[in-house]
Design a protein around this ligand. Structure first.
Ligand code: SF4
Length: 476
């Protein structure tokens, strides 16, 4: 095969060193791990800290204007600190604004989001050649340009030109991941893309339509990671609750979970963020009843005001969300229930913000991510009337964070004396007197007696709280 030939060619050259830097969500992090493992397989080596690299990959995010700025800074830093290196930029920012990325001096190649897993294949064809013999000219970004790769001089490499299929469908892109990029919990991407088009969100444009990973492939991936000793597997997706929709499967996520919890072994599964309308009775039953599933859900509500939810095009009401959270809480008083909130959507008045504050304080929620609204070109909210000024957004975010922090502390304090199931999130070492752990209900803790640890999941008893962390001892 062509890819194999190129692979052998690369190995004849001096070992090349690479870096991968990642911004944004867990899905991006999984993609970066995948690419890093493929580069390792090609014989490249990860550059040590401070060591100059021959290849720098920057995996970008575009969820807010601030993310774009951080991406540009990261790209410039990669160019500056690695003179002469090939700098490849991919991810959602590269997908949405390839021309801006390509205009940064020193960028060698820009690869669209959906083809990022094929970067090693593309590089296997290009790393050792100055000329790649492509003829297609690159113009301004058009929809059909999405997920192509652009070389520095403006030429494009499409997946077809590198001899492969588009996106995640080539056999190489289905390779199983063997690690977690140095983390103790492994992330498995089961779904990509979104078609919800919430008014404020650029993700559907950046990530494209729903695309579910075949259930057998997911099971093989989970089994491989369990065999490697990972005690916790986190199922991630851009729109996790839509798992299976593109395959016309009903209850796709629920069926996937039922399949995975049948795998033998001492491990647990956690779900990443899931939309409120997609948490049905069956999922509630599973999450609150199955030992192999963490008793934790992150359900983004975004606002506590129905008029704002409608403007956001979120398909639920505050009453429906309220009912959902209390049903979960009634079944499991210790469950971790997190949410996201956006403040300052165009049209959010002082009154609607106050309603959100009062409403959120009435819910038994435990974890919060609060974001000031960021105006993204190409979204419906970008052109809405009633944009809220930056200072007001900042002030509202700070006020809401204060309310939510008090709720978080209350939940943490209520854990004192409880026995919880935990996994380590740091490595034991001779100098470590304590060990970081994470409980099933998503609370961080410090294990005060990290001796003779069993592998896998273990029980801990909460003795106190310090710096927003549980202080825990092993139940022996
Ligand atoms: S569900 Fe809405 S907020 Fe979530 S990724 Fe899709 S469009 Fe964005």
């Amino acid at each position: 095969m062509r890819f194999e030939i190129k692979k052998r060619k690369i190995k004849r050259f001096e070992i090349m060193r690479y870096t991968i830097q990642t911004l944004g969500c867990k899905v991006n992090q999984v993609d970066s791990i995948f690419v890093a493992e493929a580069l390792d397989g090609l014989g490249l080596q990860k550059a040590a800290l401070g060591e100059p690299a021959d290849l720098c990959i920057v995996n970008t995010c575009t969820v807010t204007a601030r993310s774009d700025t951080q991406c540009r800074q990261m790209i410039r830093k990669a160019v500056r600190e690695n003179p002469g290196a090939r700098v490849v930029v991919t991810g959602c920012y590269a997908e949405m604004d390839p021309n801006a990325v390509r205009a940064i001096p020193g960028v060698t190649m820009v690869v669209g989001s959906r083809d990022k897993r094929r970067i090693p294949e593309m590089l296997a064809g290009n790393l050792n050649a100055d000329k790649v013999g492509l003829e297609e000219e690159n113009g301004p970004r058009r929809p059909e340009d999405l997920s192509a790769a652009c070389l520095r001089d403006g030429r494009q490499v499409t997946p077809a030109q590198t001899g492969g299929q588009r996106g995640r469908e080539s056999s190489e892109s289905q390779r199983l991941i063997q690690g977690a990029g140095g983390r103790s919990r492994a992330f498995v991407m089961v779904q990509d893309g979104c078609r919800a088009f919430c008014a404020y969100c650029i993700v559907p444009q950046a990530r494209g339509p729903f695309k579910s990973v075949d259930a057998e492939q997911v099971e093989n991936q989970v089994r491989a990671l369990i065999e490697k000793g990972f005690p916790e597997i986190v199922l991630t997706g851009i729109h996790l609750g839509a798992y299976g929709v593109d395959r016309h499967e009903r209850r796709g996520l629920q069926r996937l979970i039922l399949r995975l919890i049948r795998i033998p072994g001492d491990f647990r599964i956690r779900l990443s963020s899931i939309e409120p309308a997609e948490v049905d009775d069956e999922l509630i039953h599973l999450i609150t009843g199955e030992e192999k599933l963490c008793n934790h859900l992150h359900i983004p509500v975004q606002s506590g005001d129905d008029a704002i939810l409608r403007r956001m095009r979120r398909p639920y009401t505050t009453d429906a969300f309220f009912d959902l959270v209390f049903r979960l809480r009634a079944r499991d008083p210790e469950m971790g229930i997190g949410t996201d909130l956006i403040v300052g959507l165009p049209g959010e008045t002082g009154g609607s913000f106050e309603r959100t504050c009062r409403w959120i304080a009435s819910l038994p929620l435990t974890h919060f991510h609060i974001f000031p609204y960021s105006q993204r070109p190409g979204t419906e909210a970008y052109a809405m009337d009633g944009q809220v000024d930056q200072a007001a957004k900042k002030e509202r975010a700070a006020r809401l964070r204060e309310i939510c922090r008090a709720m978080q502390v209350k939940f943490l304090s209520g854990m004192k004396g409880k026995t919880l199931r935990a996994v380590p999130t740091s490595k034991p070492g001779p100098a470590n007197k304590t060990l970081s752990v994470l409980t099933g209900n998503y609370l961080s803790g410090r294990l005060m007696d990290p001796y003779d640890l069993p592998s896998g999941i273990f029980s801990v008893k909460v003795s106190g709280i310090s710096d927003d962390k549980l202080l825990v001892y092993r139940v022996r």
